[in-house]
Design a protein around this ligand. Structure first.
Ligand code: GDP
Ligand code: IMO
Ligand code: MG
Length: 428
């Protein structure tokens, strides 16, 4: 089972970090292929809690080689801060490899992210303000800065000049901000070059060679299907390809090498930032999910919007990503509810719709059609096999499995590393 992809099936924060950590003991490489430090993955190992943003969660497992691939955008200061913080806690980060083709987030990208959001007013996306969108925009516009540019001062200067030419007009004339000088950007980036040099390489080639040797590579997606720039709820999305196809373009590993796609879904739904969310709750049930699930962003600390499970979204994710296995997390959070509604389809302008509508307006108007399932009150956090779950919890999982487009191979019953019920081997 050499190449496996983990992706979020909803709007992020499904527990991808925990799922990666769970598998990391059996893999050789863990690859981040999209996004940047907009991601926030919390991994709990014993009494220790780790919050990872830019680095793949698999870095916590000794012996695994972590890779930041070409599809990622890198804020270098954040990179070193995260590496130092992990080192200080005894994590070996010496194996990290970074693609020479990965793009760099600079000061002007962060500034533009914040000012454009402010100018959008009520049409705001609610970005994480980390400069993600403007950096990907520069990549597509062919005025981006790549890791390899840091090793050639002349080229770097030319590229920064080219990028700032346009941006300073925008910053000064439209957004009323001060101009950013070429020198401040170039000096800042060059100050990291020597420390970065040993980490930067042709990671597409190295991953190819690892797969040829029969080693196991795990691709860890950031964000999620409904935040994907093509397949998500555009424009309320992130700016990268966070679906399984992104693992191929974002790493240079061919799609036909990918053997398995593991989708992570929460037993309910959350979203951070703006955009449509049919099953969102504004009542005490929403509060219950937020409080019980501790639904506050790992990156920005914002309270997450909460709602019931949405089966059409799971079916959509199964189809778009080719999900072979689902891991459903946070089943324990539902403990104590008398009944649990699940969205099985939508009603759009009086008509029943079983799939996620392609029209954004229709999705905005979609009203969930719910089916109700009986809840359970027993504590399930110590369950380690499916049989140990109360009957109503098992029935909830089985009902959701039948409507979500792929088998549910794992069920999370708590945040800890071992708090999971495995039904089918995820790598077998
Ligand atoms: P990611 O962005 O997909 O990696 O997810 P986050 O780390 O942002 O959010 C998931 C949160 O749920 C983290 O705080 C995890 O520790 C926690 N978590 C993961 N799985 C479970 C579970 O099965 N039960 C509970 N109660 N918490 C979980
Ligand atoms: P993980 O990997 C949840 C959301 C932001 C915003 C939109 C665009 O932890 O699941 P961006 O800064 O990317 O331009 O913001 O995407 N967003 C996330 N929401 N989890 C994430 O990552 C997210 N990364 C971005 O809240 O709505
Ligand atoms: Mg997260």
């Amino acid at each position: 089972m050499p190449a496996v992809v983990i992706i979020g099936a909803q709007w992020g924060d499904e527990g991808k970090g925990k799922a990666t950590d769970l598998l990391a003991g059996r893999i050789d490489y863990v690859v981040k292929f999209n996004g940047g430090n907009n991601a926030g993955h919390t991994v709990v190992i014993g009494d220790e809690k780790y919050a990872l943003h830019l680095l793949p969660s698999g870095i916590l497992t000794p012996g695994v080689t972590p890779v930041i691939a070409n599809g990622v955008v890198i804020d270098i200061e954040v990179l070193f801060d995260e590496l130092e913080a992990l080192s200080a806690r005894g994590v070996d980060v010496s194996r990290l490899k970074i693609s020479a083709n990965a793009h760099v987030i600079t000061h002007y990208h962060r500034t533009l992210d914040k000012v454009t959001e402010r100018f959008l007013g009520k049409r705001q996306i609610g970005t994480t303000g980390r400069g993600i969108g403007p950096t990907y925009a520069d990549k597509i516009n062919r005025v981006g800065i790549r890791m390899q540019d840091l090793f050639d001062e002349n080229i770097l200067r030319q590229k920064v000049e080219g990028a700032l030419d346009q941006k300073n007009h925008l910053l000064v004339k439209v957004y009323n901000r001060r101009a950013i000088t070429v020198d401040e950007i170039v000096d800042d980036l060059l100050s990291y070059a020597e420390r970065l040099r040993p980490m930067v390489s042709d990671t597409a080639l190295e991953l190819h060679q690892a797969l040829e040797r029969g080693e196991t590579v795990l691709f860890e997606g950031g964000q999620a299907t409904m935040l994907d720039v093509d397949h998500g709820t555009y424009p309320f999305v992130t700016s990268s390809s966070s679906t399984s196809g992104g693992a191929a373009t974002g790493s240079g590993v061919a799609p036909n090498r990918i053997d398995r796609v593991i989708g992570i879904v929460k037993a309910y739904t959350t979203r951070v930032g703006a955009g449509p969310f049919p099953t969102e709750l504004f009542d005490a049930s929403g509060e219950f999910l937020r409080a019980n699930g501790f639904e506050f962003g790992t990156t920005t600390g914002r309270p997450r919007r909460c709602g019931w499970y949405d089966a059409p979204i799971a079916r959509y994710s199964a189809r778009i990503n080719g999900v072979t296995d689902y891991v459903m997390t946070k089943l324990d959070v539902l403990t104590g509810l008398e009944t649990i509604p699940v969205c099985v389809a939508y009603e759009v302008d009086g008509v029943r719709v079983d799939e996620v509508p392609v029209s954004q307006s229709d999705f905005h108007h979609a009203v969930p059609i719910y089916e109700e399932f009986p809840g359970w009150s027993e504590d399930i956090t110590s369950a380690r096999s499916f049989d140990e779950l109360p009957k109503n919890a098992r029935d909830y999982v089985l009902a959701i499995e039948s409507m979500s487009g792929a088998r549910i191979s794992g069920v999370g019953v708590g945040p800890g590393r071992d708090e999971i019920v495995v039904r089918h081997d995820l790598l077998g």
